[in-house]
Design a binder for this molecule. Structure first.
Ligand code: C2E
Ligand code: MG
Ligand code: MG
Length: 579
């Protein structure tokens, strides 16, 4: 009997524990139901809403009494053809479904939701309820869209970037191929943008790009796409053009639009652009070929003087290839000492005494022989090779002339040509100081030649000239008369000499206009207290006319061509004996 009593007692205790556990579980479920951030609604077997939680009201705006007994399809689910609720419920019948839907709030606003639906069955397996949990994913979707936009657009101008451009161009070409249509690609690059950036600062550069991007957008047809490929490079896709002339018309319009002056930090800046145009299918059938053709044409537009457009031609490709050959040759020559410096004497016109020597670089090409600097200097400038090359010329000339002048006791002026790219580089004066220091060449005997067109390029960074003057080197304006220096600019510059361009010397004394120009330059140099040298003196008639006009110094084949270093030494020794 003791055993029987004990058995009954155990049974009672177990029963109470189970009920307590059930109650506890229900209470926990209740807490979760009411406090979770996800909206929850429970439907009966007829798919009518039986209960909703607090978050449901928070998300949808419906109070419980407004939705009880309603069909959530009518009430909540926004009808969009991409969004069908019915197949979802069919899968739900077998267990669970989750996915993205669009729901409508009480105020009519549609929002993306992540929903999961589960079925609840009784002991016999019959469906008694459906439980739907959903979250408002508007914020996530918005962040995703922003990321998408960022990945495909340039943050500065809001224009499509290279990624999106590639995509659009591929699509356009695909369409053109199917429909047998023509398209145009306009590649454009702002003229002198780097210079604006360097002198007015990046903020101004950014502002300029934004302004121009907005102008370009306005100028386009709806079917055209403009993208910024980076820096100051933009490209326009013209889908469906009737003839190539359509591309030219848009290019003209864009150049006009861009040319209107822009006010930047109190300065009115006018920019121009160089545009290259390629046509599908004439100049290429895929993205790479068309871009390359447009880019080549753009280079040609730049070379022809900027602020213009060019269509791509076969001949350009040949020239581009040649250019590339020169560029690679120059790189190799820099590594393998393929350059030499020749020297051309400058003389006093009164007695023919040698007063200075101009250093002129020569490139000994392994196949083509001596290549003229007129041909390779512009390429070296564009390819960023002018700085190492210029540094090499400067230190070689200072070393050779310096060592020799010391040994022979002559104090000759050494002239070295400097291009705009070198001057625009930060701390160019440091490079010069370094070269003087390393070679021991006296600063006051060094003259740097800057072409008149360079003056225009460095217009906003004239400080570099003062920095050079502070080293005590002299400054000459080369090819004077070919640019457009205003007298007021010249007056304020720390320059020492004008070199009359040989184009004015060539036809004197016959050409009276040239005689008048040379006379005017000589008079100008007197007024501004500058020294003056005539370039390209080839014969006695020119010499006597220059003397008559009061020009002090000359340089040219009449006195001597540029000579290799050894020949220069012999020439100077012989000439000096004469005087
Ligand atoms: P530039 O500084 O005006 O040099 C004078 C050019 O005229 C030289 O051409 C010279 O050979 C040529 N010349 C000399 N006498 C006469 C003459 O009587 N008649 C004619 N018709 N021409 C004469 P080159 O050596 O071919 O140099 C061409 C240009 O290349 C130079 O013009 C200069 O602007 C540039 N250059 C040369 N060396 C360098 C350099 O080391 N650095 C830079 N940045 N430019 C250089
Ligand atoms: Mg020169
Ligand atoms: Mg010159």
């Amino acid at each position: 009997s003791t055993v029987g009593t004990a058995a009954r007692l155990v049974g009672v205790v177990k029963d109470i524990t189970e009920r307590k556990q059930m109650e506890e579980q229900l209470r926990q479920a209740e807490v979760v139901f009411e406090t979770t951030a996800e909206g929850i609604f429970i439907m009966d077997e007829a798919q009518r809403i039986a209960s909703v939680n607090l978050a449901f009201t928070g998300i949808t705006g419906y109070r419980p009494e407004e939705v009880l007994g309603q069909d959530p399809n009518e009430l909540l689910h926004a009808r969009r053809h991409s969004d069908q609720f019915y197949p979802r419920l069919e899968t739900t019948l077998r267990g669970q479904w989750q996915g993205e839907t669009y729901c409508r709030r009480k105020n009519g606003e549609v929002f993306p939701a992540w929903e999961s639906v589960s079925v609840v069955r009784d002991a016999e397996g019959v469906i008694t309820h459906y439980v739907t949990v959903f979250a408002d994913i508007t914020a996530i979707r918005r962040a995703e869209e922003q990321l998408q936009h960022l990945a495909h657009h340039d943050p500065l101008t809001g224009l499509p970037n290279r990624l999106l451009f590639n995509d659009r161009l591929d699509q356009t070409l695909e369409w053109a191929r199917r429909e047998g249509q023509r398209c145009a690609l306009l590649f454009f690059d702002l003229d002198g943008f780097k210079h604006i950036n360097d002198t007015l600062g990046h903020c101004c550069g950014d502002l300029l790009l934004q302004t121009l991007a907005a102008r370009i957008k306005v100028a386009l047809r709806h079917s055209d796409t403009v993208a910024r490929l980076g820096g100051d490079e933009f490209v326009v896709i013209m889908a469906n053009i009737a003839q190539a002339e359509d591309g030219a018309r848009l290019a003209r319009k864009l150049l006009e639009t861009l040319a209107a002056p822009i006010e930047l930090v109190g300065e009115r800046i006018a920019v121009s652009a160089s545009v290259g145009i390629s046509i599908y299918p004439d100049d290429g059938t895929d993205r790479h070929a068309l871009l390359k053709a447009a880019d080549t044409a753009m280079y040609s537009a730049k070379a022809q003087g900027r602020n213009r457009f060019c269509f791509y031609t076969e001949e350009m490709a040949v020239r581009a290839l040649e250019r590339l050959g020169i560029e690679q040759g120059l790189k190799r020559a820099l590594e393998t000492q393929g350059f030499t410096v020749h020297y051309q004497p400058q003389v006093a016109l009164s007695d023919g005494a040698i007063t200075g020597i101009e250093a002129l670089v020569r490139w000994q090409h392994p196949q083509q022989g001596v290549v003229s600097p007129a041909r390779f200097i512009p390429i070296a400038e564009e390819a960023g090779l002018i700085e190492p090359l210029g540094r090499w010329v400067l230190s070689t000339a200072c070393t050779e002339i310096g060592r020799w002048a010391k040994a022979w006791g002559t104090a000759l002026r050494l002239s070295v040509n400097v291009s705009a790219r070198q001057l625009l580089r930060d701390h160019f004066h440091e490079t010069v100081r370094q070269a003087l220091l390393e070679t021991g060449f006296p600063a006051h005997q060094l003259e740097l030649e800057i072409t008149e067109s360079t003056l225009q390029v460095i217009e906003h960074s004239m400080r570099v000239l003062d920095e050079l003057k502070a080293l005590e080197v002299q400054i000459a304006i080369d090819d004077f008369g070919t640019g457009y220096s205003s007298l007021s600019v010249l007056k304020h510059l720390p320059i020492d000499r004008l070199k009359i361009d040989h184009s004015f010397v060539r036809d004197i004394p016959e050409d009276i206009n040239d005689v008048a120009i040379v006379e005017a330059i000589v008079a100008l140099s007197r007024t501004l207290r500058l020294k003056v040298t005539a370039e390209g003196v080839e014969n006695e008639a020119q010499l006597s006319m220059l003397r008559r006009l009061g020009c002090e110094e000359g340089q040219g084949y009449l006195f001597s061509p540029p000579l290799p270093f050894a020949a220069l030494q012999a020439f100077i020794m012989q000439t000096n004996r004469q005087f």
